[in-house]
Ligand binder design. Structure first.
Ligand code: NAP
Ligand code: SF4
Length: 665
């Protein structure tokens, strides 16, 4: 049979190492980098990815010295104290035949602690404190620190290091005129500003000798004013190759850039052209990154000669076996990263250990029991939303005979609706993968099944898991039965007709998503990449299109809209709604609906808002009655997701609860 991905599977030479394929697991902070006593967890996490076929693994960022740590919680690798802990990681990866390099990241002015340092004392717009300027001696010492950390990394068994030179961290800060105002040998023209990264690479190369891999993560696009242009980036890459870089990982955008780079709104492989610019300048392998989450997209990037290798970080959280599944023809069962950032990046920002929404095992591998259950039970899971799916998959993995009942004609629950939102199309792909995984796990999925408590009790299940989800809350004011009032489910499913003037009741995540869905210009099959670049001003003036409808969002509580949205994605959604002219009214009281529209109290003023359609996004109530009915019949019952608790339900909690119960049955 012809290999589905003939380019991904090709081995490649990086420095003196021959890697077995073209897929790199890119660096991703897990939150455990500063907790060496927990490196056993990281060891298992990385080892599983090595076993799953990743050609090369890059760790999360470790600082070469104390000043460069990202947060107060130190993640420095500057002493021999933690070598034994790092050894646990490298041994575990090598035992699986993998190759792992340590990323060295000095955060510079992006450090979230009280004493950041930088080339010049210019505060970043996303940090509280201005940095102190590094003296000439400090700069030289910092270069020496990179070299010392590299020596430690080798001693700890790493196969090399990656120098983090992108995303606006210290090295970017030296390179850009925006952040480097120095008048000494480390500032001035590009050659002087590039002296720091070039010296870092030379010093690191000396420590590595000829065998260790030296990956340099280059900022392939800065996406900020005062950053480097494409010619300057190409020049820099050549200089760094001459200084000793074995390959170039690409990074896109500084963290302070107001342009989305990894969220769902970014089209797949949107920035691969920037990798091609570097590939044209150097002769060592160049690795494309950002929003590449499937083997098809990766293969396409290689086929178009935009890069020599492809890096994915979050997709390896979503599926440890990504590469093996792709290369064994089982790509449809790859658990799809939906670019939500909810359990990975957002956890990092809120000081939680990262994991993955669609794979609650990620970085929690040691909490899950992999042994077959002592007794293979007969298990029913009622409701095939994401909680039920996660539960059924885990239970089947432990050897239970699982039947998954779904009232509707398709599995996926709220993911089916989410997939309709612009930028969330990958949720639909995730459902497709769940179907394959359930099939392969031997779960019997029964669709269109409104199974009664009596029927379930009669089947003598050992355990019944109720994952019947939620019902959208109805609006409870006079006139709420007006035909112009519709639920968000009907709107997203397409069964409700929506006019040009829309009111949205509720300012939660769903209210925001529905506002985007209704205001977003319908560009059909048009060129998504060109629209994305035009909207966000990449290589051109920013010019968002006009909104498709006149949309007003309302909520009763005070304060700004969107506070509950994800840390790393909420700003994008808020910006899009502003771009499309969505109006937002907080602190309102709903009075009634009549032929003239929705009557509200807005502050002390009575106001009537005319509307063609009023969409209710007012939260949810639990569908929990089955739990009591089954308990009355003496069944062993568990409830998960919305059926257990509808308040603040999100898919992350739903899947985590489902997976935990499923694994424990
Ligand atoms: P939610 O975040 O709890 O928001 C419910 C909204 O309904 C609130 O804004 C509330 O506003 C309003 N509300 C509550 N009771 C009401 C009533 N009786 N009458 C009128 N308005 C009422 O719930 P959701 O929007 O349904 O989202 C569900 C979950 O999914 C949340 O955890 C959410 O974070 C998550 N989610 C997130 C995203 C995202 O991040 N993009 C997208 C979808 C879903 P007031 O009380 O102020 O009126
Ligand atoms: Fe991808 Fe979301 Fe998982 Fe992060 S949490 S890896 S973005 S699916």
């Amino acid at each position: 049979m012809a290999m589905a991905f003939p380019l991904i599977v090709e081995p490649i030479q990086v420095g003196t190492r021959r890697l077995p394929n073209r897929i790199v697991m890119g660096s991703m902070h897990t939150g455990l980098e500063g907790e060496p006593e927990r490196f056993g967890e990281l060891a298992r996490f990385y080892a599983d990815r090595a076993k799953g076929g990743a050609g090369l693994i890059v760790t999360g960022g470790f600082s070469p010295n104390h000043a460069g740590r990202i947060k107060d919680h130190p993640c420095n690798f500057d002493s021999r104290e933690t070598i034994a802990n790092h050894r646990r990681i490298t041994d575990a990866v090598h035992d699986q035949g993998g190759c792992i390099i340590l990323q060295l990241l000095h955060a510079g002015r992006y450090s979230y602690h009280s004493a950041p340092v930088a080339p010049s004392p210019i505060k970043s717009p996303i940090n509280r404190d201005a940095p102190s300027e590094l003296s000439g001696d400090d700069v030289r010492q910092t270069i020496a620190d990179y070299a010392s950390s590299t020596a430690l990394a080798l001693e700890a068994g790493y196969d090399g290091v990656e120098i983090m030179g992108s995303e606006g961290y210290l090295i970017s800060q030296f390179l850009a005129t925006r952040t480097n105002h120095r008048m000494d040998e480390w500032g001035g023209d590009l050659a002087a500003r590039a002296r720091f990264p070039i010296e870092v690479v030379k010093a690191t190369r000396r420590e590595l000798g000829s065998t260790g891999i030296l990956s340099y993560r280059i900022s392939a696009l800065d996406l900020i004013e005062g950053g480097l242009n494409q010619d300057e980036i190409a020049w820099l890459a050549k200089e760094l190759e001459d200084a000793g870089a074995d390959c170039f990982m690409t990074g896109i955008g500084w963290h302070e850039s107001p342009i989305p780079t990894i969220a769902g709104v970014v089209p797949h492989a949107a920035f691969a052209d920037a990798a091609a610019n570097i590939k044209n300048a150097v002769s060592v392998p160049v690795i494309a990154s950002n929003r590449i989450n499937s083997p098809d997209v990766a293969e396409q990037v290689l086929r178009n000669s935009l890069a020599d290798m492809v890096s994915m970080a979050r997709p390896f959280l979503a599926d440890a076996d990504f590469v093996n599944k792709a290369l064994s023809g089982n790509q449809r069962a790859i658990n799809v990263c939906i670019a939500c950032n909810q359990a990975c990046l957002d956890h990092y920002f809120t000081n939680e250990i990262a994991t993955c929404l669609v794979n609650p095992r990620a970085i929690r591998e040691l909490e899950f029991n992999d042994a077959p259950a002592p007794k293979a039970k007969k298990v029913a899971v009622v409701g095939a939303g994401v909680a039920g799916i996660a539960c059924a998959l885990e239970a089947a993995k432990r050897g239970h005979a699982v039947t998954l009942y779904e009232q509707g004609g398709q599995i996926g629950g709220q993911f089916i609706l989410a997939a309709r939102i612009p930028g969330k199309e990958d949720y639909g792909k995730a459902i497709g993968s769940f179907e394959h995984q359930l099939d392969q796990a031997g779960v019997q999925t029964v669709l269109n099944a409104s199974v009664s408590p009596d029927e379930l009790a009669e089947q003598a299940y050992d355990d019944i898991v109720v994952s019947t989800g939620i019902t959208p809350r109805a609006l409870d004011i006079p006139g709420a039965n007006d035909p112009r009032v519709v639920g968000y489910k009907e709107v997203l499913e397409g069964s409700a007709k929506v006019g040009g003037q829309v009111l949205i009741i509720g300012g939660g995540g769903i209210g925001h998503d529905v506002a985007l869905f209704l205001a977003h210009p319908d560009d059909g099959e048009a060129d998504k990449l060109a629209h994305f670049k035009q909207h966000w001003g990449i290589e051109q003036e920013r010019s968002p299109p006009a909104g498709r409808r006149q949309v007003t969002m309302l909520k009763r509580s005070d304060g700004p809209f969107g506070r509950t949205l994800g840390k790393s994605t909420g700003w994008i959604l808020r910006q899009e709604l502003r771009d499309y002219g969505v109006r937002q009214l907080a602190s309102v009281t709903y009075l009634k609906i009549d032929e003239s529209g929705l009557h509200i109290l807005n502050g002390a003023e009575n106001e009537v808002l005319p509307a063609d359609t009023i969409v209710v996004c007012a939260g949810q109530d639990a569908n929990a009655e089955l739990v009591g009915q089954l308990e009355e019949r003496g069944c062993s019952v568990h409830s998960i997701g919305g059926a257990r608790l509808a308040g603040e339900l999100d898919a992350k909690r739903a899947m985590a609860e489902g997976a935990a119960i499923g694994n424990q049955l």
